[in-house]
Ligand binder design. Structure first.
Ligand code: SF4
Length: 130
């Protein structure tokens, strides 16, 4: 029988594995997808978005409500993990911030992403110019 912590870890590892399919999609492409198809984008545009409180339990409920029908949850989550990492706030990718912070180390363990290669190429280019 597994403990609640083991169940939580399994849940997070499963999400991290699922996001692997997006690992080589550039940040710009993910941003475009989320802005084009994100459920909340139209809600905010129409003034129908819920207010986020920053309180964990409430944010989980809002994440479930706000993102439930969003077709780009994974793209949104991948982008937020890349750009905000552990300093993430609010509701993104159908997860509350505490859940994303707990997910982050599992996601990093999955290896390089498109962003890492861009950073690496910039480092090499800067090194060549010296
Ligand atoms: S997953 Fe949630 S926060 Fe992300 S684009 Fe969709 S509705 Fe917005």
């Amino acid at each position: 029988m597994s403990t609640p912590n083991q169940d939580c870890d399994r849940w997070l590892v499963g999400i991290a594995w699922r996001l692997d399919r997006l690992r080589w999609i550039p940040d710009e492409a993910l941003t475009h997808i989320v802005l084009e198809q994100g459920e909340c984008v139209s809600a905010y545009t129409n003034g129908e978005a819920p207010t986020l409180t920053g309180r964990d339990a409430t944010d989980r409920e809002l994440a479930a409500q706000l993102c439930a029908t969003c077709p780009v949850q994974d793209e949104c989550l991948e982008l937020e993990l890349r750009t905000a990492g552990e300093r993430t706030f609010g509701v993104w990718g159908a997860l509350a911030e505490d859940d994303r912070r707990a997910l982050y180390p599992h996601w990093r363990q999955r290896g390089e992403r498109a962003t890492d290669l861009v950073d690496l190429c910039e480092d090499v280019e800067e090194g060549e110019g010296q």
